[in-house]
Design a protein around this ligand. Structure first.
Ligand code: NI
Length: 160
């Protein structure tokens, strides 16, 4: 396992479209492992491969619910339902948060690290994390779609 360096805005790689993974190699499995380690160390709830400079369609998510760590290769949103509106942050944009409108529930399909097709349906924070991370694979940051972006203090409060 190895920690990777998180790429920060305005790095160009964050605005590019990531490529589909054609074959799950040990390299891709190591990428998943490293991404999870990097996400936990940074105390995030999700990380997409472009955030460590790798333009592959790979994400990890762990919102602290019963699913634990979710690893997804080539994730796709199959359906969306409802709406939620609330604050969102990104490990690539430290010190900021934004109010973003998202679907309340999404169903996501992808491959696990062994190439098996897996499907997850999540609501609330899990749905938000899926949408945020899959946006990363398309070069979209939450700041591109937020209704308002604001600076926060180290404690996570909005700055006056
Ligand atoms: Ni992000």
């Amino acid at each position: 396992m190895a920690l990777r360096i998180i790429v920060l805005e305005p790095d160009e790689v964050l605005h590019q479209v990531a490529k589909e993974v054609k074959k799950i190699t040990p390299n891709v499995q190591k990428l998943l492992t490293d991404m999870a380690e990097t996400m936990y160390k940074a105390e995030g709830v999700g990380l997409a491969a472009p955030q460590i400079g790798i333009l592959k369609r790979v994400i990890v998510v762990d919102v602290g619910d019963e699913h634990g760590l979710i690893e997804l290769i080539n994730p796709e949103i199959m359906s969306k339902e409802g709406e939620q509106f609330g604050p969102e942050g990104c490990l690539s944009i430290p010190g900021y948060r934004g109010d973003v409108r998202r679907a309340q529930t999404v169903t996501v399909k992808g491959l696990d690290r062994n190439g098996n097709e897996v499907t997850y349906t999540g609501s609330d924070l899990l749905a938000r994390a899926f949408q945020h991370e899959i946006d990363h694979l398309n070069g979209v940051l939450y700041t591109d779609i937020a209704e308002r972006v604001y600076e926060i203090t180290p404690e996570g409060e909005e700055k006056e």
